[in-house]
Design a binder for this molecule. Structure first.
Ligand code: CP
Length: 313
């Protein structure tokens, strides 16, 4: 089975078969990562470019390492020091990168839909590294991979996502992807940070964090952005911690085998206590490792598809 499209833009439009194909390929890639010599020739002769209009540590670096481990040429365009600052459009920037031979462009952009716009205008594959408040599909995939690795399967598991759902592209990708694979997704956070129509996705909203965590197999914290307090969406960080902070006492309500997750970066002591983040139940570091394996899998599947499909140029 191959991926249906030349791009990876979101989990909302991905089939279960495609998600399974990516997760199974990531498992093979994880074997490579465990070896002393991580080099493989899967991407030899390919060019991968990261184009980031927002800050990133994990996503950008893991794509760069994934490219290099598999023998590709990898380069980064930082919007802050590029011709974007001179007024160049996103499409012109993308076309220039493509004209230099890029096979895959990974883009993070503050505008929802920016990756779709770029993908429509290029023959190169585009991977969405996060577009505004819309989706962060590679984070969703690595989260699903981590749950499957820790718990054996995703189907039937209760996954509680806690915090700022409104502004979280990670939450959206997880809601789409996890529910497709049969998980029950529940959400909790301040009313001002829960989108009105979110229950239409099938996810259930709780006002009390305790109800969301009760019996949960996975508890995923989301970063509380300090600017939300300035926007008046949370009265104070102290009050947020009191009402929605993930701490040891609240975690006692979860399943005994609970997996604690966070996409990072973490505000320790705000959305999650350090004791919880560093506990044996925490898979936060595994998420980062798995991010490299999942991104290796995506680069491999997309470039293989390009080598065999008619939309090759
Ligand atoms: N989780 C995540 O996307 O992290 P970065 O912002 O560091 O890429």
């Amino acid at each position: 089975m191959a991926l249906r499209h030349k791009d990876v833009l979101g989990l909302k439009d991905m089939t279960v078969e495609e998600i399974d194909e990516i997760l199974n390929t990531a498992e093979l890639m994880k074997h490579i990562l465990r070896q002393n010599n991580k080099r493989t020739p899967h991407l030899q002769g390919k060019s991968i470019v990261t184009l980031f209009y927002e800050n990133s540590t994990r996503t950008r670096l893991s794509f760069e390492l994934a490219s290099k481990y598999m023998g590709a040429s990898a380069a980064n365009v930082s919007a802050a020091s590029s011709s974007v600052q001179k007024g160049e459009t996103l499409i012109d920037t993308g076309k220039s990168i493509e004209a230099m031979g890029a096979d895959v462009i990974i883009m993070r952009h503050p505008m929802a839909g920016a990756a779709h716009l770029l993908a429509r205008n290029l023959k190169a594959s585009v991977i969405n590294g996060g577009d505004g408040m819309n989706e962060h599909p590679t984070q969703g995939l690595l989260d699903i991979y981590t749950i499957r690795e820790r718990l054996g399967s995703v189907a039937g598991k209760k996954v509680a996502i806690i915090g700022d759902i409104m502004h979280s592209r990670v939450a959206r990708s997880n809601i789409w992807g996890l529910q497709k694979l049969g998980a029950q997704v529940v959400l909790a956070g301040p009313e001002t940070l829960i989108p009105m129509e979110i229950e239409k996705t099938g996810a259930k909203v709780y006002n009390q964090i305790e109800d969301a965590i009760e019996g949960a197999d996975v508890v995923m914290g989301l970063r509380i952005q300090n600017e939300r307090q300035k926007d008046g969406l949370i009265p104070s960080i102290r009050e947020y911690v009191e009402l929605f902070g993930i701490d040891e006492k609240r975690m006692e309500l979860a399943s005994p085998n609970v997996v604690i997750m966070h996409p990072g970066p973490i505000n320790r002591g705000v959305e999650m206590s350090s004791k919880v983040a560093d506990s044996p139940s925490s898979a936060i570091n595994e998420q980062v490792t798995n991010g490299v394996a999942v991104r290796m899998a995506l680069l491999y599947l997309l470039t293989r598809r390009r080598s065999t499909s008619h939309d090759m140029y």
